[in-house]
Design a protein around this ligand. Structure first.
Ligand code: TYM
Length: 327
């Protein structure tokens, strides 16, 4: 069975984008192979974050993984920092990625563009090196991610090619697995921008109260076309709401268009709000149960044990290949 790997950064609050683009996909894939799903806490340090917030977010993220339906008997859920091989491998792999390619990464450009050069941490620049280490460390072929992470997976593929050309067949070639619908959920307040973790008006957070979610959806930016039609260029707001609806119900865009033919945006938004609220209510209920059960620590411990088993073997293979003595 193939190994499946992905991670989420415990920065800010989880959004509906993370849920649709990543977490839901993890749940769907968990029967297809052994999953390694981690909380990317080392990555969270690349921008300033309060230690307590980081700790709370990390536990929360593990609880949401479980609440969304990840089964700890099928999927290994763990903290990145509990597996020291991530950091050790990154130190080796940093020698096979180049400044030029790292400086071309969209995420780096976006995040650093508003910062003074003196304030840009080396970790932010080297982010894709650690991410490449995460990916290759579990011999995983399938990397479920949202659209914004494809570039990092592609860079990892370049690195694998480069490394294997030099040392033989050492690393397994990964590929990004992206949802056909929902790989890029847009902001409700500006549907030309991605929903990220830092825009309270445009984001739906997994912890938002249903009334708040409803309000955000009802005031989502739309257009003057006055018909529910999928056209991300001309109708980005409506297309985004259709994407959300389609991802959560499995209905196709054609079915949605038919269902709302001749109806106003108010009716359509109400229907989207009903679907999202009911999904979030269920998720929040299960999240509370998970937190109260005290299961999180046990799951993280079990996940880290298995992750360490697999990762240490791959790390040793790399150490041997590059000539580190005594390995
Ligand atoms: P992060 O924490 O920014 O996002 C976690 C996952 O959610 C997806 N995502 C979205 N999908 C659809 N619409 C959106 N608006 C949206 N926003 C976020 C992301 O694409 C991602 O899949 N670098 C990664 C974490 C990471 C990782 C890895 C992922 C570290 N190492 C190794 C895969 C493999 C990140 O910052 O994701």
């Amino acid at each position: 069975m193939d190994h499946i790997l992905s991670g989420i950064k415990p920065t800010g609050q989880l959004t509906l984008g993370n849920y649709i683009g990543a977490i839901n996909k993890f749940v769907k894939l968990q029967d297809k192979g052994e999953s390694f799903l981690f909380i990317a806490d080392l990555h969270a340090l690349t921008l300033p974050i309060d230690p307590e917030v980081l700790r709370t977010n990390s536990r929360d993220l593990a609880a949401f993984y479980l609440a969304a339906g990840l089964d700890p008997n099928k999927s290994n859920i763990f903290l990145q920092s509990d597996v020291s091989a991530h950091a050790e491998l990154a130190i080796i792999l940093q020698n096979y990625l180049y400044m030029g390619e790292l400086s071309r990464m969209t995420q780096f450009k976006d995040k650093s563009s508003k910062m003074k050069e003196e304030a840009i941490g080396l970790g932010l620049f080297a982010y894709p090196v650690l991410m490449a280490a995460d990916i290759v460390l579990y011999d995983s072929k399938v990397i479920p991610v949202g659209e914004d992470q494809i570039q990092h997976v592609e860079l990892t593929r370049d690195l694998v090619k480069r490394f294997n050309n030099r040392y033989g067949d050492v690393l397994v070639m990964p590929r990004a697995e992206v949802a056909k619908v929902g790989a890029r959920i847009m902001s409700l307040s500006d549907p030309t921008k991605k929903m990220s973790k830092s825009d309270p008006k445009g984001d739906i957070y997994l912890k938002d109260e249903p009334a708040v979610i409803r309000k955000k959806i009802m005031s989502a930016v739309t257009d003057m076309e006055a018909h529910v039609h999928y056209d991300p260029e001309k109708q980005p707001g409506i297309s985004n709401l259709m994407t959300i609806m389609s991802s959560l119900t499995g209905k196709s865009f054609e079915e949605i268009e038919k269902e709302f033919e001749g109806k106003g945006y108010g009716d359509f938004k109400r229907a989207v709000a009903d679907i999202v609220c009911s999904e979030m209510e269920n998720l929040q209920k299960r999240y509370k149960e998970v937190i109260e059960s005290g299961l999180v620590d046990k799951v993280l411990e079990k996940g880290a044990k298995r992750a360490n088993e697999v990762a240490s073997k791959v790390l040793e293979r790399v150490q041997k290949a590059v000539g580190l003595y005594h390995k």
